[in-house]
Design a binder for this molecule. Sequence first.
Ligand SMILES: Cc1cc2nc3c(=O)[nH]c(=O)nc-3n(C[C@H](O)[C@H](O)[C@H](O)COP(=O)(O)O)c2cc1C
Length: 354
Amino acid sequence: MASITASYPWTTAPLIVGAPMRLISGPSLAYEISAAGGIGFLAAGTDVSTLSESLSTFKSLLYTSPIGGTSSDVLPVGVGFILWGADLDLATKALSELLEPPAAVWLFAPSSSEELGSWANGIRSATNNKTKIWVQVSCVADAIDAIKVAEPDVFVIQGADAGGHGRYASAGLISLVPELIDTVREYYGNLKEGDTSSLPPKFIAAGGIADERGVNAVLALGADGAALGTRFLAAEEAVIRKGYQDAVLKAADGGNSTVRTDVYDKLRGTIGWPEGYGGRGVINLSYRDAVKGLAFEENEKLYKVAEGAGDKGWEEGNARMTTYAGTAVGLVKKVAKAGDIVKELRGEAAVQRI
Ligand SMILES: Cc1cc2nc3c(=O)[nH]c(=O)nc-3n(C[C@H](O)[C@H](O)[C@H](O)COP(=O)(O)O)c2cc1C
């Protein structure tokens, strides 16, 4: 079977992927990850209105410093969509206008299987099948549903440790990756010839990976590569407030210091997630007060004050601002260039972590 890097010819094994993080993964971060031989994803998230502009900024970076090994068919970048909140018509319109569409899209959190199917079909037809369909799932059942409606080219297997949104009911990568891969392979093995047009998919693991040891671990479990969000929060190119980034650098012992919850979504008004999803972030006063039973309106007022206080909203001891990050926060110790992080993750030791 061809390795995953064969489908993305500018990439180097082991494949390192920059997860699309809403509002944070912009063109510079995505470009630097791809330029270092990984795949950077732009985060469209729930708002597709700025996608064309982000892609054109990415293209100008590419024009200024071309990435070796790219084809003229696709751009060496992916785009992530949060399906329950994003507009499929706008997305397909933006993608169909491109001579070179992105190499991949990363579809996450559909409100139904049908919605996932519509996105996969819509994007395949808008891009003449040039753009590969990646689907992020956090349990085996969702993977089987996804095969039936979307025939993903790549599964992003999201484990319980992942920062940002994911399913409350999910396992850690050490059990989830092998079980999900076995189940999907068995499913494809049981299909009669002619039942499906696509090859069995590839698998990328995400959630709690922050250094070369984590990358090697998921490769040993059978994954074809690793996707990271939390580690790239400490990339120079991340679009992130200094207060947020500092809070990530300071946090340690992520099983204790982070939690998956809907408290932050409610406080910042990012509501509408399908049932069963919560966002993992660093525990701060907003969460503690909610657990203590402070009335939502009071907590919201305090949150708004923190929002108005800029970086002070993340100040140690007084922090209230949402700080989405995964359990690997304790392994993220310094800010570095995204390209150096990619090289270090591959074992090329470009960054000294401590
Ligand atoms: C700050 C932040 C924002 C995120 N935003 C998105 C998003 O917009 N779309 C998405 O599919 N996943 C999002 N995720 C989840 C990632 O896709 C990925 O599953 C996760 O970052 C992997 O775990 P890690 O953070 O431990 O590396 C986000 C994660 C973080 C930390």
